[in-house]
Design a protein around this ligand. Sequence first.
Ligand code: G3P
Length: 220
Amino acid sequence: MKFFIDTANLDQITEANDLGILDGVTTNPSLMAKEGISGEDNILKHYKKIAKLVDGDVSAEVISTDFKSMVAEGLKLADLADNIVVKVPMTKDGIKTISYLTEEGINTNCTLVFSAGQAILAAKAGATYLSPFVGRVDDINWDGIGLIKEIVKIYSIQGYMTEILAASIRSPLHIVQAAKAGADVVTCPLSSIMGLFNHPLTDSGLAKFLEDHGKLNKSK
Ligand code: G3P
């Protein structure tokens, strides 16, 4: 399973990348706004900065909602760097845009996906990635990981090549569950990635090792 970080924050991307485990980045308009990035020029410049920071794919989301404007915006985003993936919402115009950009050889990420039916449409359009929002499905007391399992099964039966990118991850447990469910990619906040390190027995075990070593190797 690939690890993407879900942020537009350059420091957090760098911190995750320095671990040597990062395969890519996803952003969305809310995450860009959180960094205070506004105005088309500044937004495009920021995507270029992110694309330079990592070797893997970087998802940059269109703001437009009509086909013609989405395509124009998507082509501009794709032009920024070879590793830019155009992120497009699961709408009629979004699917038309994904179909068009796929024909042009441009990688896409279909986002705001909440059902297996939507996942089938995205695969048919040739989306490179599919982003089912696990956390937001859980938020309404449905089963986010169950949705990932359902899509994994359908994609396997049908031989769809679209990569299932589990998004809206809220905890280290979601990462483990997404891996068990067969997601191809998980995109997480830095806190969830860092949370994977934490276990009290690791901490106490290391402390004991150092204590035992120290007893016999006091600086002479
Ligand atoms: O990439 C989608 C993700 O950023 C949404 O996460 O926590 O806002 O549901 P969240």
